[in-house]
Design a protein around this ligand. Structure first.
Ligand SMILES: [Zn+2]
Length: 208
């Protein structure tokens, strides 16, 4: 529990030091949920959605926080929004999770326009682009722009190669530097490394 409190404190510092960085708020909200402090998770997760209304995973987390706080009607409205966003972006995992949560609340997922489910792609290559290599960036949904090789050794590096485009990887690098500086992480410490990796996974929205 002390461990969880210190994580929450760290993420709080991060969110306060860099209030326009969605990642700090997201991590804080997630840490509150992990600690079963559901009511406190609401504010940081709402902030994430203010900063980035396309962050489908944040709707799922906020929906969970609201359900656990006994606010089912609020949860349904957040989850319905999240379902539409996830469908629009082609975020398969959050979309399925959200559909399950809505079902548990006794609601069918809202109908999705026929054109949704895939990010805008030229009709000509819509079918071949995503399937040719099977690659699709987990964060932005682009079916191309895969990194030429894993950015570093190990299973996480391989996962990034499989699931992230080079644009998103490039965006992560300065964010990662900020995380290290603002949280005062010493990466020689395995705990700090773990926290850093967690941020990276959130940022790139890698599947578990
Ligand atoms: Zn991407």
């Amino acid at each position: 529990m002390a461990d969880m409190d210190s994580r929450i404190a760290q993420f709080k510092n991060m969110a306060e030091a860099d209030p326009d960085n969605e990642l700090g708020h997201f991590s804080l909200g997630k840490a509150y949920i992990d600690a079963k402090r559901y009511a406190e998770a609401e504010q940081p997760l709402r902030r994430v959605l203010q900063l980035n209304p396309a962050y489908s995973k944040a709707y799922e987390m906020l929906g969970k926080a609201l359900v656990e706080s006994g606010r089912r009607a609020d949860a349904v409205s957040v989850l319905e929004q999240g379902y539409a966003v996830a469908a629009e972006r082609g975020d398969v995992m959050p979309r399925e999770q959200i559909a399950n949560m809505l079902a548990e609340l006794g609601h069918a997922p809202p109908p999705i326009a026929a054109s949704a489910g895939r990010p805008a792609a030229k009709p000509v290559d819509a079918s071949s682009a995503a399937s040719a290599s099977g690659f699709r960036c987990a964060r932005c949904g682009r079916p191309h722009g895969q990194l030429p090789k894993a950015p570093f050794k190990g299973p996480l590096g391989m996962k990034i190669l499989a699931q992230s485009c080079s644009e998103c990887w490039k965006e992560w690098i300065p964010t990662g530097t900020k995380v290290i500086n603002e949280m005062g992480l010493a990466l020689a410490d395995p705990k700090a490394q773990e926290l850093y990796d967690e941020y990276m996974k959130e940022f790139l929205q890698l599947d578990p």
